[in-house]
Every structure is written in structure tokens, then in C-alpha cells.
Design a protein around this ligand. Sequence first.
Ligand code: SF4
Ligand code: SF4
Length: 88
Amino acid sequence: MEKRLHITPIGDEGMYILDTASWRVYRPVMDKEKCIDCGMCLAFCPVNAVAAVGKKFEITYDYCKGCGICANECKKGAIAMVLEGGSR
Ligand code: SF4
Ligand code: SF4
């Protein structure tokens, strides 16, 4: 599947395509057992990296930048930030 890129406006210079996934140091990992499908992670993600799949939510990694906002906003503690390529 072709990789999607995040497109953002940069004022007078128009639109700029960013590979925001390349910024990621920590990866959000969702625990489906803890998740109550409230959708707050989708609402707060600044790059729209959380997808609604029916009534469920999934993190997509094509342009997740690893900011951790979703983990902070999840009131159920269902998202852990895991070091990319690490053992945790
Ligand atoms: S904010 Fe947390 S509980 Fe709500 S949908 Fe996202 S992971 Fe699930
Ligand atoms: S870590 Fe940031 S960019 Fe990635 S899904 Fe969570 S809120 Fe979105």
C-alpha cells in the first residue's frame, strides 16, 4: 500500500507535504482490552492518525508523529508510548 503523507498549510508558501512518521521516537500502542471506544484519541490527534473503524478506533502509523497526545488524553490509560525499536 502506498504510504500516505500528512499535508499541512505553511502560510504564503502554500501546502507542504510532511512525512510526520519519520519524526516518531515513541509509538503509541493501544490496549484493546482497556479501550472503551470513546474516540477521544481520534479527537485530539493533531495529524488524524487515529482511524474510526466502525465503532472502534485504531492508530495508524503512516503519519503518526509519536507526540503522545492520544496517550495523555485517554482517560482509560489504554495507550502506551513505546520506544521505537526498543524492548519496552
Ligand atoms: S481515548 Fe482511549 S479509551 Fe478512548 S478510544 Fe482512544 S484508546 Fe480507546
Ligand atoms: S502519538 Fe500523536 S500523532 Fe500519534 S496517534 Fe497519538 S496523538 Fe496522533
